[in-house]
Design a protein around this ligand. Structure first.
Ligand SMILES: NC(=O)c1ccc[n+]([C@@H]2O[C@H](COP(=O)([O-])OP(=O)(O)OC[C@H]3O[C@@H](n4cnc5c(N)ncnc54)[C@H](O)[C@@H]3O)[C@@H](O)[C@H]2O)c1
Length: 268
């Protein structure tokens, strides 16, 4: 397929997932703009780097000028004090969406999280249109980020895809990953599909590899984005005990869920 991605902005390009997305888009993008508060070095003429916080709406409008899409990864990626989560994940996402609207960028891909539904029990197969059940404050801010995306799609016609990312790792490193793993190859596959799928208004889809033990329905990704993941964590099943208590029941968020995970951040 002849894929043209044009000019793409990646926020949070210096983080854990950024480099994988960056190299996965390089072949078909005319130009990639790398936005982060941390140092990130542009390579050659195909890339440029902008040191900016997603709190700085003006800087975002400038960085987004002339772009065809924004892949928004920047944020606080785990449980943290609520003010930090609100600033980075909620206000930051609002700024990204608003900057995209002002700069007339047609499409934004939001990196949401499986943790928006992390309090569903592990034996429940979740569809993306089921009510959120966030497993903590981080998940709550990702629910809000998705809602902002839906509002911008409905109100302003911005094309928004929210990818509910599983556990992005080179390979599974704990039992829960047999359900939640997102391989680097599938991560790139989901992002490319989110950037190129036709007829997008607002789509929320789980971005997880095709793990036999996954908790989440993949039909939104397949039907609306046209991507079916190729990897399966089952390949690594022998690395983990069959009788791990994780499989006996409890929230899909595992150790990320429950009072011990949330309470430390309610004490400040
Ligand atoms: N890693 C995972 O398995 C996973 C799972 C689900 C969802 N996600 C989501 O994917 C995205 C990327 O995750 P990651 O693992 O690469 O996270 P990360 O923490 O490694 O990277 C986040 C990047 O965002 C930047 N950043 C943070 N606050 C910023 C701000 N205010 N302005 C500009 N840049 C800022 C950081 O400097 C960092 O480079 C996050 O939104 C995260 O919530 C990740």
């Amino acid at each position: 397929m002849d894929v043209k991605l044009g000019r793409v902005v990646i926020t949070g390009a210096a983080g854990n997932i950024g480099p994988t997305v960056r190299s996965g888009l390089r072949e078909d993008a005319d130009h990639i703009v790398l936005v982060d508060t941390a140092d990130v070095e542009a390579e050659g003429e195909q890339e440029s780097a902008v040191k900016a916080a997603v709190g700085d709406r003006g800087a975002l409008v400038e960085a987004f000028s002339g772009a065809d899409s924004v892949v928004h990864l920047a944020g606080v990626a785990d449980e943290a004090p609520f003010d930090d989560l609100l600033d980075a994940n909620v206000r930051g996402t609002l700024n990204v969406l608003e900057a995209a609207r002002r700069a007339e960028v047609p499409r934004v891909v939001l990196f949401s999280s499986n943790r928006v539904t992390g309090n569903y029990p592990i034996h429940h197969h979740v569809f993306p249109d089921e009510p959120p059940r966030p497993d903590g404050l981080y998940g709550v801010t990702k629910v809000a980020a998705e809602a902002l995306g839906q509002m911008y799609a409905d109100t302003f016609g911005l094309q928004v895809v929210a990818l509910r990312v599983g556990s992005f790792e080179e390979r599974p490193t704990e039992t829960r990953h047999l359900a939640t793993w997102l391989s680097p190859r599938d991560c790139v596959g989901f992002v490319r599909a989110a950037l190129t799928a036709p007829n997008v208004n607002f789509t929320a889809a789980y971005a997880v590899s095709g793990n036999a033990r996954r908790f989440w329905d993949l039909s939104a990704g397949e039907n609306e984005l046209g991507y079916r993941p190729v990897d399966d964590a089952a390949r690594y099943a022998a690395d983990f005990p069959d009788d791990d208590p994780f499989w006996h029941g409890g929230p899909q968020g595992g150790d990320f869920a429950g009072p011990d995970a949330v309470l430390p951040h309610l004490r400040e």
